[in-house]
Design a protein around this ligand. Structure first.
Ligand SMILES: Nc1nc2c(ncn2[C@@H]2O[C@H](COP(=O)(O)OP(=O)(O)OP(=O)(O)O)[C@@H](O)[C@H]2O)c(=O)[nH]1
Ligand SMILES: [Mg+2]
Length: 332
């Protein structure tokens, strides 16, 4: 694995090879795809160039976010969903963001044979990603990685994220359809209801339906959804499943397809994507402004002067910063 990767990196390391990389990526080559995701993950000018080249070929996949607390069975569910999607002959890409346990861990224990089928399946591409993000943006690297998968011909892209923090929210918002996974007896349902996380779920899954309390968890969630107010006509279904055996996972896939259809026919898909683009643009422009300002500050004679004054305790840092800001862009 490591050796193949090194060889590919060395091969594509030269700038002119971006052209080859783009061509191979668009033709569906898996190694090019792996390399392209690394490029966008690292960010910088190469990433920008690559995105510019493939953007027109992206935007076609159904993006499905799968989120929930550690250990609820997200990866096992994703594995079972892949089986459904492959039956429909779809190419499936999976991005596991900051997985707290190896993506295949549960699945390998649960069903060694099935997972092996997916890893050998050339129409399934699974990748773990760190949630570092470039230019300060959390979801930006993820957006671009999704684009690489789309350009490479993937019909469905699943984004698995752990937990329900701010960054996971941002990644969930990157998806068209968000599946919130819960399990019985974890108290997660209560937490979810309290923290308002319910709003991000388009589909609620109570996994580990074989464990006691699954029905109660599903009932609690359904009850709280009945009280919730929705911004659209979509009513999130609550589905109990057993990811380990695949039981009811077909219903989840059905619900995901229905949701996607709802988004398209109601015009919500465009609306959601507009919001995403707006967030992305403000992130990129803010990053540019920050870089420009830092450069301008570093090169300004006034900075040197003011720095001296602050060190000598003639001026405090806030007054000094206000003064510099005024010179640079006419005040704060
Ligand atoms: N009883 C039962 N166990 C399950 C089921 N689905 C998954 N598990 C088990 O739950 C554990 C965690 O599964 P994962 O799929 O790794 O969970 P995850 O949410 O992806 O975990 P992180 O990525 O670490 O957050 C594993 O031991 C699975 O075998 C299920 O339907 N029933
Ligand atoms: Mg996982």
């Amino acid at each position: 694995m490591g050796r193949i990767y090194e060889r590919t990196s060395a091969f594509f390391g030269v700038k002119t090879d971006l052209e080859t990389l783009t061509k191979d990526l668009l033709s569906g080559d898996r190694r090019a795809l792996a390399r392209a995701i690394s490029v966008v993950e690292n960010g910088g000018p190469q990433a920008t160039q690559l995105v510019k080249r493939v953007y027109a070929q992206s935007g076609r996949a159904h993006l499905i976010g799968v989120t929930g607390s550690p250990g609820v069975g997200k990866s096992t569910l994703v594995d079972a969903l892949i089986t459904q999607m492959r039956e429909a002959n779809l190419k499936v890409g999976v991005l596991a963001i900051d997985p707290s346990s190896p993506f295949t861990g549960g699945a390998i224990l649960g069903d060694r044979i099935r997972m092996q089928a997916h890893t050998l399946d050339k129409s399934v591409f699974i990748r773990s990603m760190a949630n570092r993000g470039h230019s300060g943006g959390i979801a930006m690297g993820t957006y671009d990685a999704v684009r690489m998968l789309e350009a490479s011909g993937y019909d469905v892209v699943i984004i698995e994220t752990v937990g329900v923090g701010q960054s996971e929210l941002a990644i969930a918002q990157a998806a068209d359809t968000t599946i919130l996974v819960l399990m019985p007896g974890s108290g997660d349902d209560v937490q979810a209801i309290k923290s308002g996380i319910m709003e991000i779920g388009d589909i609620f899954v109570v996994n580990k339906g074989d464990l006691p309390g699954a029905n109660k968890t599903a009932t609690d969630i359904t009850a709280s959804l009945e009280l919730a107010s929705f911004q659209t006509d979509w009513r999130p279904p609550v589905i109990t499943c057993i990811s380990e055996t695949g039981e009811n996972v077909d219903q989840i896939w059905e619900a995901a397809k229905n949701h996607r259809e709802f988004l398209e026919t109601s015009g919500q898909l465009k609306e959601r994507r507009k919001l995403k683009v707006q967030a992305e643009l403000s992130e990129i422009v803010a990053g540019m402004a920050r870089d420009n300002l830092k450069a301008a500050l570093a090169n300004s004679g006034e900075t040197k002067e003011v720095v001296g004054q602050v060190v000598e305790r003639e001026v405090d840092p806030h007054t000094a910063a206000e003064q510099l800001a005024k010179t640079l862009f006419g005040g704060v």
